[in-house]
Design a protein around this ligand. Structure first.
Ligand code: ATP
Ligand code: MG
Length: 409
């Protein structure tokens, strides 16, 4: 990378060029750049994700070269800004830029820079120009390209000024294999691992703050998601179900579409209320949720369960309580929020746009018949004794017979 340091005196006259140029989105790899022989596999997944998104917007040519995916609109009215937003929700990329494309000669690079960048700069603004020459056959070196481009910008708009340390606008010229790309600042990519690169999981999705965040964090590591939601109609309302579907919809910005499995636990809760000791109530319900989630997991052919639990957050999330719930599971149960404070979880919830929906008032089946003093250090032995008072298998089968699937796009 080099730094532009031009003086304004002797630059060539630079005006009167046509203002047309093509735009392209450059998507730079995150962790995937570090992959060795497996890199093409991950690149394919990232491009598959982008192509699915692009198909909803217009006609785009998508290809990869030099650890970058290029997205080129094919027609004049393809909405490149909408595509940029989609790319920003595609896992695997660390940074994105909307670049203007120039031919690989310095005159065209200057023309496009002036046409693309100068109109976006207010009078008196400062800038800094940098160049990266990935194509070493290009006759000018990076510092020369940067200086030449900087001069052209100053010539075109003399009120602008160079500031190398704290510029209002960074201008970057990248000379690559197929062309020269001119862009301003990068935007942050979604990061993480490509969609579909790391198995599939069933997210236990309530209407609260934590579980959508847990789902987002696992999706970000490449896990494909389906969700299961337990409702307790008429103790929980239709509005509570709608809220959960709205949260699932927010997650689809990253995963395209999601199946939400809905299961009623009303009768289980009534039986627990009638026959089990009150302080075990929540724990026993959570074990039923596990049994039913495992059925969904097998039904969907998924690999794991995912919950929004965080150590010590509530009585059912102590070490001992989690052990008692986990005892049911024969696949991994991932709890990506286990070591996080609520404040940190809320920050991610806001970032993914779920928070305002999550805090809408609602009833969750977990808040129906909540015990006054839930057991925080349950023993498995006592829990199993409580379960002997009810017909666990019949209740599980009956709840499973209420299984519905809603696909959220
Ligand atoms: P959230 O964790 O979503 O903010 P919460 O903290 O009120 O809600 P808890 O009672 O702490 O929920 O439940 C812990 C976890 O159990 C949730 O993060 C979620 O994964 C799962 N869970 C709770 N209620 C339900 C439900 N009705 N349907 C599906 N999963 C649920
Ligand atoms: Mg919680």
């Amino acid at each position: 990378m080099s730094v532009f340091g031009a003086s304004r005196g002797n630059s060539e006259v630079f005006s009167g060029f046509m203002s047309s140029y093509k735009r392209v989105i450059l998507c730079k790899y995150g962790e995937v750049a570090l992959k060795g022989a497996n890199k093409p596999h991950f690149e394919e997944l990232m491009m598959k994700d982008l192509r699915e998104r692009a198909a909803r917007i217009g006609s785009f040519n998508i290809y990869s070269a030099q650890s970058t995916v290029y997205i080129e609109p094919q027609g004049d009215d393809d909405d490149i800004d909408a595509m940029l937003d989609e790319a920003a929700h595609t896992f695997g990329f660390s940074a994105l830029t909307l670049a203007a494309v120039a031919d690989k000669n310095i005159d065209d690079i200057k023309r496009v820079t002036v046409d693309y960048i100068v109109p976006a700069l207010p009078a008196g603004a400062s800038f800094r120009a940098d160049a990266k020459r990935a194509d070493k056959t290009f006759p000018m070196k990076s510092p020369e390209i940067a200086a030449s481009v900087g001069e052209a910008v100053l010539e075109a708009s003399p009120s602008l000024r160079v500031d190398l340390h704290n510029p209002d606008k960074n201008i970057t010229v990248e000379v690559r294999e197929r062309g020269a790309y001119i862009h301003g600042d990068q935007i942050k990519g979604a990061g993480g691992m490509p969609r579909g690169s790391n198995g599939r999981g069933i997210l236990l999705l309530s209407g609260g703050i934590d579980s959508p965040v847990a789902g987002y964090m696992m999706m970000r590591r490449g896990v494909g998601l389906e969700a299961v939601h337990f409702e307790s109609f008429p103790y929980t309302s239709e509005a509570a179900r709608e809220k959960v579907l709205a949260l699932a919809k927010i997650l689809t910005s990253w995963c395209g579409s999601m199946k939400v499995h809905i299961i009623s636990v009303t009768h289980i809760q009534e039986e627990l209320k009638a026959h089990a000791k009150e302080d075990y109530f929540t724990l026993l319900l959570r074990r039923f949720m596990m049994r039913l989630s495992l059925r969904v997991q097998r039904f969907a052919g998924s690999d794991c369960l995912i919950t929004g639990e965080s150590l010590g957050q509530v009585a059912s999330q102590t070490m001992q309580a989690l052990a008692v719930t986990d005892e049911i599971a024969d696949v991994p149960v991932f709890r990506p929020l286990i070591g996080m404070d609520k404040e940190e979880i809320v920050a991610i919830s806001r970032k993914i746009g779920a928070f305002e929906t999550s805090i809408l008032p609602y009833e969750d089946c977990c808040t129906v018949f909540t015990p006054q003093h839930p057991k925080t250090r349950p023993s498995l032995e006592n829990v199993i004794m409580q379960e002997k008072r009810i017909d666990v298998d019949a209740l599980t089968d009956e709840a499973w017979s209420t299984h519905e699937i809603v696909t959220v796009e």
